[in-house]
Design a protein. Structure first.
Length: 74
């Protein structure tokens, strides 16, 4: 599951960057419509959750390895 989340996080970052660039492009022309202003938020929130998952994954795995090692020695 981790490679899928990494892949999704990577694509979300591309989508987020494109929406931010589009936002600046619309601002250069005039006042952008609200849907353009708020369009970066959905990929940003999804990246928050996938990024937190990837950040805590090594710590979770370390705890699992400790528990497995403790159960083997018991």
């Amino acid at each position: 599951m981790s490679p899928t989340i990494r892949h999704a996080h990577r694509w979300l970052s591309i989508i987020f960057t494109a929406t931010v660039i589009a936002n600046f492009g619309f601002m250069a022309v005039g006042t952008p419509p609200p849907w353009v202003v708020y369009s970066p938020l959905p990929p940003l929130f999804l990246m928050l959750f996938s990024g937190l998952y990837m950040f805590f994954l090594p710590y979770i795995n370390k705890g699992r390895r400790r528990n497995m090692a403790a159960s083997r020695h018991a």
